[in-house]
Ligand binder design. Structure first.
Ligand SMILES: [Zn+2]
Length: 158
């Protein structure tokens, strides 16, 4: 048996070596954790030669993004594309929840006069689990940014 190179805690691309796995014949193999959270066993040589750099999620994201979307649970929130998509979803929700009688000037005024460090918050969330609020001037309030993030679209009743 050749000299065993200890690779625990080393990082290769998205993979972090967690522990030694059972050999594949005479080849040392390692249990790795991918940045996306998936575990897989990789032959040490493939790691060192950069043959294997992720569980497959990298290829899924880069080569076939459409397919990758279905496979991925984590990691998307860090991409710009996701942020754009997310704000678009929000925009659509706002348009959908805006009745014809909503005072657009008033709503605009609320957004324009927003104090520094505050978010414009929907008192009743537009896409809440149990209730859906309207995108109207009297469903808007200023919330400190931090508090708004904590609230996370939950409505606990008034
Ligand atoms: Zn992965």
């Amino acid at each position: 048996m050749g000299k065993l190179i200890d690779m625990v805690k080393q990082k290769f691309g998205r993979l972090t070596v967690k522990e030694r796995a059972s050999n594949d014949g005479t080849r040392a193999r390692w249990l790795c954790i991918c940045d996306c959270g998936k575990e897989l066993v990789v032959c040490g040589k493939k790691l060192r030669t950069s043959h294997t750099r992720s569980c497959g999620c990298y290829r899924a994201e880069v080569t076939c993004p459409q397919q990758g979307k279905a496979n991925l649970k984590h990691g998307q929130s860090r991409t710009k594309g996701y942020a754009r998509f997310h704000s678009r979803v929000r925009e659509i929700a706002e348009i959908k929840q805006r009745p014809s009688w909503a005072n657009m000037d008033k709503i605009r005024e609320i957004y324009v006069n927003r104090p520094e460090g505050y978010h414009v918050d929907h008192i009743i969330p537009l896409r809440g689990k149990t209730v859906s609020g309207l995108h109207v001037e009297n469903n808007l309030q200023y919330l400190p940014a931090l508090e708004n993030m904590k609230k996370h679209n939950t409505f606990k009743g008034i």
